[in-house]
Design a protein around this ligand. Structure first.
Ligand SMILES: [Cu+2]
Length: 215
C-alpha cells in the first residue's frame, strides 16, 4: 500500500470494517499502518473526533510509570479530565514536570507513588520530563473524544480497533516523530466500509507539539 516515493514517506491507512447496522452498537474502525524501515517502535495515536455530538466529560484514571529511568508508556492518550498517576517504580528518585501548557506541574523529587494524581483538565499535548534524568521523555495527549487508540508496532505494521457509533468523524493521526501536523480527514460512519489513508513523513526533524492535530 505504499504510495509515497523514496525518502521514507510511508502510508498509514484506516479501514472501516464490519458494520453492525442491526444492533446500532457501533462500527469497528480498523487502523493499519506501514512506516518506513528505521522509524522505530514508537507509538502513534489515532483519534476519531465526533462532529455530531459532544462526548460527556471523563472521570477516567490512567498511570504513567517510571521504570529503569524511562517513562512507561512513553506515549499515553487520555480524555480531558482524566487523573493520571505517576508512580516511581525505580529505586532512585525522579522529578516529573511539564513546563508548558496545557498543564504546568512538577512532582518534586520523589520515590514511590505520589499522594495525588495529576488531573489533565485541558485538551492538548503534554511533554513530560524528569529534572534529574534529561533522557526521560514522555507525552500525554489529552483529547475530548473517547474514541482513540495507539498503533503499537510501527516500523513493521500495526493496527488498532476503535468502536464508534454511526455519525461523522474527523480522523486524526499523530506520532512523536512527525515534524508537522497531518491534516485530519472527515469520514461518515454508517455501517459500510470506509477507508482513509495518511502519509506519515517521519524523516525530518521531529516537532511533536507542532504536529499535534488539535487546536
Ligand atoms: Cu528521573
Amino acid at each position: 500500500m505504499r504510495i509515497a516515493g523514496a525518502g521514507g514517506l510511508a502510508l498509514a491507512w484506516v479501514a472501516l470494517l464490519y458494520g453492525a447496522p442491526a444492533q446500532a452498537v457501533g462500527v469497528t474502525v480498523t487502523v493499519k499502518a506501514k512506516i518506513a524501515d528505521g522509524a522505530g517502535p514508537k507509538d502513534a495515536i489515532v483519534v476519531l473526533d465526533p462532529l455530531d455530538f459532544k462526548p460527556p466529560p471523563s472521570h477516567d484514571t490512567a498511570v504513567v510509570d517510571q521504570m529503569d529511568k524511562q517513562f512507561v508508556p512513553q506515549v499515553t492518550v487520555v480524555r480531558t479530565g482524566t487523573a493520571v498517576s505517576f508512580p516511581n517504580s525505580d529505586q532512585i528518585k525522579h522529578d516529573v514536570y511539564s513546563n508548558y501548557p496545557p498543564k504546568r506541574f512538577e512532582l518534586k523529587l520523589y520515590a514511590g507513588v505520589p499522594a495525588q494524581p495529576v488531573v489533565f483538565d485541558t485538551p492538548g499535548l503534554e511533554a513530560l520530563g524528569c529534572n534529574v534524568h534529561d533522557k526521560m521523555k514522555a507525552f500525554v495527549g489529552i483529547v475530548d473524544s473517547p474514541y482513540f487508540a495507539k498503533i503499537r508496532r510501527l516500523g513493521v505494521s500495526g493496527s488498532v480497533t476503535i468502536n464508534v457509533p454511526a455519525g461523522h468523524y474527523v480522523v486524526h493521526v499523530w506520532h512523536p516523530d512527525l515534524g508537522a501536523r497531518v491534516p485530519g480527514q472527515t469520514i461518515e460512519v454508517k455501517g459500510e466500509p470506509v477507508a482513509v489513508s495518511f502519509d506519515l513523513d517521519l524523516t525530518g526533524i521531529p516537532d511533536p507539539t507542532a504536529a499535534w492535530p488539535f487546536p
